[in-house]
Ligand binder design. Structure first.
Ligand code: CP
Ligand code: NVA
Length: 315
């Protein structure tokens, strides 16, 4: 029988202790190393999630998150079922979140949810008796950023606290999680974005209320100076209800090109959670400095340890 006391949710990095986040990364490092010679569908020794079912549901498009949770569960000895939100009674207003959550809790062992509403995520959390994982919401993309911290340490072979990260791009869900990570892991984060697209008031006060090494520049070159990592994301996120042409215009001077990369350190790497848009030139995106494919695949490894954390089975 499940031990409900030990179960944990994974929703926002800011709500998880730095110690637990570090434990997840350490576990992922060990697990990745231990299965170097195994194929994608081969199961880790011990099958820690044998018999467990992760139900995942997407209200927005996804390629990487969907695939990486599938492989993560397989490698841990469990299984995944993916629901299309538009096929559920819930999406048509014909069933409540409360009843849906009760059914999910009886049929599955964990729920991974990509949603267009943070409120829905909180409602599900209220009624589920199984762990819930945020697979991207308007305010956060926590699984992505924890995995990216793993990737940076893997490539740079240094603790993240010794790395300078520059985010050049929109103030969106991915940046919010990166800011939370900068606070939890205490690394330097320079944000480069137009004045109009700086982080929200709530995020600015979260930054202010914590001892941080976070700076905001309305100038891409200043933000990129001295960076070990340059990070970006689409200017127009999914369901971003803006005048797209006008917003893209604001970001013209924040496009990542080879010239901008010269302001960073010589061995600076480029990261992007994908999918990409116009924020980065092909020359950078397809260069040796770009580590985006390794970044994407590492999500499998880190999400395995996130799942184990949620099930109270982290070593
Ligand atoms: N980076 C990421 O979450 O990709 P998907 O939207 O394809 O899942
Ligand atoms: N900020 C992007 C991330 C996609 C993985 C979005 O929300 O669409």
């Amino acid at each position: 029988m499940p031990n409900i006391d030990k179960m944990k949710n994974f929703i926002n990095l800011k709500d998880i202790s730095a110690k637990d986040l570090r434990k997840i990364i350490t576990d992922a490092k060990k697990r990745k190393k231990a299965r170097k010679k195994l194929y994608n569908l081969e199961v880790d020794k011990g099958e820690p999630l044998r018999g467990k079912l992760l139900i995942q549901m997407f209200e927005k498009s996804s390629l990487r998150t969907r695939l990486s949770f599938y492989l993560a569960m397989k490698q841990l000895g469990g299984s995944t079922l993916t629901l299309r939100s538009d096929e559920l009674h819930l999406s048509k207003g014909a069933e409540s979140i409360e009843d849906t959550a009760k059914i999910l809790s009886n049929f599955g062992n964990a729920f991974m949810f990509r949603t267009d509403s943070d409120e829905k995520l909180s409602e599900f959390k209220k009624y589920l008796s199984i762990p819930i994982i945020n697979g991207l919401s308007p305010s956060s993309h926590a699984t992505q950023i924890l995995s990216d911290i793993f990737t940076i340490e893997e490539i740079k072979k240094k603790p993240i606290s010794k790395i300078n990260i520059s985010w050049i791009g929109d103030s969106n869900n991915v940046l919010n999680s990166l800011i939370a990570a900068a606070i939890k892991f205490s690394f330097r984060l320079n944000i480069g974005c137009p004045k109009k697209y700086e982080p929200s008031k709530d995020i600015l006060s979260y930054i202010k209320n914590n001892k941080t090494k976070i700076s905001i520049y309305n100038n891409a070159k200043k933000a990129a100076t001295g960076a070990d990592v340059i990070f970006s994301d689409k200017v127009i996120s999914m369901n971003d209800k803006v005048n797209k042409i006008r917003k893209l215009n604001y970001f013209k001077k924040f496009r990542i090109n080879t010239k901008l990369m010269t302001f960073a350190k010589k061995d600076c790497i480029f990261l992007h959670c994908l999918p990409r848009g116009e924020e980065v030139d092909d020359k950078v995106f397809l260069s040796k400095q770009s580590k985006v494919w390794q970044q994407a695949l590492n999500r499998v490894h880190v999400q395995k340890s996130i799942l184990l954390y949620c099930f109270g089975k982290l070593r």
